[in-house]
Design a protein around this ligand. Sequence first.
Ligand SMILES: [Zn+2]
Length: 246
Amino acid sequence: MNNAEKSIAACPVCDHAETNYFVTKNNYSFNQCNECDFIFLSPMPDQNELNEQYTDDEKVAEPTYNKSGSRLRRAFIKLPRFTPYAFGKKTLDFGCGGGFVAYALSFIAKSSSGIDISENAVAYAKQRFKRANYSCMDFAQLLETNEKYDFVYSSEVIEHVSNINLYMKTLAHLVKKGGYAYITTPDLGHPKVPKNIIEWSMLCPPIHVQHFTQKTVDILFKRHGFKVVKFYKHKKPGLIFLSQKL
Ligand SMILES: [Zn+2]
């Protein structure tokens, strides 16, 4: 590693000053925090740059929902897991894509909403699933609303966002005190992640800009007023956890 590759970027998760060059893929370089294991693009592209992937070329974000049957089936299979926290409650799918999970939640929730940054995704959801309410909003717009939810589902979102602390601030704004956030993201700490990290298909910058472990999300969620109450076992390298807003 030469001096040009060294970076003094502080860790966005734990504020530790020391992060080191980790790996380069697709011409994007990741740094890793010595303290909390977080890996993140350095330099980090800004959100507008990342959003272009979802507006200019929808195929990158969602392959036109050509597996919509299995997406819908998987959404309904998850309902028993959500029921203790979402039954009769006000629920939100934060980063809802085509609206499959918000639709499934509408069968157990008092009210079910979905929010996404992609206009195409929201248009698809609105047209197909009329039982739930869908809207296209960004973090700044969400922070201006006063809507609060008992249960927020946010799947495969946190690895995409440029400013993880802005995402967390928005999540904390959206979840009622005592309410729950159910999060999924690739699991950098999973035993099935290839030893040669370059071979891991989930490491795909700039689509995924950062990766987490159990330790990382514990620190991050605590900083933003949540307590991680449960990690779900998963055979594949996916981090699935439930957190409660304190
Ligand atoms: Zn850190």
